[in-house]
Design a protein around this ligand. Structure first.
Ligand code: GLN
Length: 493
């Protein structure tokens, strides 16, 4: 059977293979993410780890952060050593092992081992599968590629409905059964990826720029040095009693901030970047900062908002107590309902809405969602009254409107503003914005306890709204630098 005949919503069948692989990978990721914090803070009498809330939120933050952080080395490994196709296969396998480790009810050790494996595996899978989607359309028109990415984002969000399964099993039956379900999901994705591999028409079979033997030796030497240095740091920390969960979260947060700062500095100073590219890179740095701020607020869903759902929201529906983690399904449901509307809207509005405007709007939406969280917290009267689920639905609606105007746009902006010399790493650079935002968000969430919910959400919300308004001041300048809406310029100025 020729793969050319069958199409997937008018796209080559290879897109279906990638769509379902990423759908199942996200199933495992968002399934675990929905119950991780609840499991960490649950007392041992309820089979949890009994961790302090602040520590658990910071751990969740750096876990999510590292999942996105490793996209940069993961993209590099595919480009220079493995090729995208094998990187995705190996990554999926390692992710599955990670969820399996967590399925073993063996205490904190298996949990940390599992999280580390999931982080390493996702680095190999996530950036490279997205790159493969783009490569399916090499030499074809951009409209089809944009539409492929919209479909792909849909697959991500169908997979993100995992809390319906993983959350129910984890919270209402047994935590480890939930983690096991995530492993099964990834296994299904892997089988599907192997069986559907022939439809990929060779995409990602070879690394883009295979390392020369000399480069390979240098790579091994540098990797060895980094691993050795890391081991020394860990050993010293352990010997001096600093190897605590809190210590590790702080160290990784510093890393998640330092690496993007260093990487941008490196790109700015690189001789391979032309003066024109440097101007674009400066514009991109501001958008990157806005995106990091956005994810800092947005990804608190799985921590503070999840705990709020558990403690302060009336979850009784038709006489049944819904697992709190089910509130994590609200965002993907709204994405699935609205992404077609947004795709249509952007086409309709065309160049009238620039990227700067979209990013500013996203920050204002996520900010308003936290202002609303503050009002909802107030309505609990200090945690004595359970509030309606409608509050959370409204909060997630605002956030999702923001997400849809930032997340799908971000990647294309990243590729458009990237200096040519760094083009193949830009997928990883875009995910660094999430990495920095999530790590900082996890640390910031420690303040929730000190400030109290009402003030905590209000301060962060107003900060995000203010950042969005500041970005609006630069919309014109950004538009000019990015060459957006040039044909409209004469009539507007
Ligand atoms: N929800 C999307 C995903 O999981 C976007 C995540 C991100 O870029 N931070 O792929």
């Amino acid at each position: 059977r020729a793969s050319g005949g069958r199409t997937f919503f008018g796209h080559p069948w290879g897109l279906a293979t990638l769509f379902f692989t990423e759908m199942w990978e996200r199933f495992s990721f968002y399934g675990l993410r929905a119950i991780l914090v609840l499991f960490l803070i649950a007392p041992p009498s309820e089979s949890g780890l009994g961790m302090a809330e602040g520590t658990a939120k910071a751990l969740l933050g750096v876990y999510m952060s590292m999942v996105y952080f490793v996209a940069l080395p993961g993209g590099w490994v595919a480009d220079r050593i493995l090729g995208a196709r094998r990187a995705v296969l190996l990554g999926g396998f390692v992710i599955m092992l990670g969820h399996l480790a967590m399925a073993i009810p063996g205490g904190a050790g298996f949990v940390y081992l599992g999280l580390v494996l999931i982080i390493l595996g996702t680095g190999l899978l996530k950036p490279n599968i997205s790159t493969m989607v783009g490569k399916l359309y090499a030499g074809e028109d951009d409209a089809r590629r944009d539409s492929a990415f919209s479909l792909f984002y849909m697959g991500i969000n169908i997979g993100s409905l995992a809390p319906f399964v993983v959350g129910y099993l984890g919270q209402d039956v047994n935590w480890h059964l939930g983690f096991g379900a995530a492993a099964v999901g990834m296994a299904v994705g892997l089988v599907q990826y192997v069986l559907g591999g022939r439809h990929l028409r060779g995409v990602g079979d070879q690394p883009g720029h295979r390392l020369t033997p000399a480069e390979r030796a240098r790579f091994l030497k540098i990797t060895g040095a980094v691993v050795a240095a890391a081991l020394v740091v860990v050993a010293v920390a352990a010997a001096t009693g600093h190897l605590t969960v809190d210590g590790v979260t702080v160290a990784l947060t510093v890393l998640a901030i330092a690496v993007p700062v260093g990487y941008f500095g490196y790109m700015f100073r690189s001789h391979e970047v032309s003066a024109g590219e440097r101007v674009k890179l400066r514009a991109y740095a501001w958008l990157f900062l806005a995106a990091a701020l956005f994810w800092m607020i947005f990804d608190q869903a799985a921590g503070p908002l999840n705990i709020f759902a558990q403690d302060n929201v009336d979850l009784n529906v038709l006489g049944w107590h819904m697992p709190a983690s089910w509130t994590q399904n609200i965002n993907p449901i709204i994405v699935i309902c609205f992404s077609a509307v947004f795709a249509w809207l952007w086409l309709r509005l065309g160049d009238r809405v620039s990227t700067g405007l979209k990013f500013g709007f996203a920050l204002i939406m996520s900010g308003l969602s936290f202002v609303l969280m503050s009002v909802a917290s107030h309505a609990t009267h200090g945690g004595t009254v359970k509030v309606s689920l409608l509050w959370l639905i409204a909060v997630y609606l605002l956030q999702t409107l923001g997400e849809l105007s930032l997340s799908p746009v971000g990647l294309s902006v990243t590729t458009r503003l990237a200096p040519t010399a760094f083009a193949s790493q830009m997928m990883g650079v875009w995910f660094l914005a999430t990495a920095a935002g999530d790590a900082v968000g996890g640390q910031v969430a420690r303040l929730q306890h000190r400030f109290g919910d009402v003030r905590y959400f209000l301060v962060l919300g107003l900060f995000s709204v203010a950042a969005g308004l500041v970005l609006f001041l630069f919309v014109r300048a950004l538009r000019r630098i990015m060459g957006e809406g040039e044909e409209l310029a004469p009539s507007r100025t």
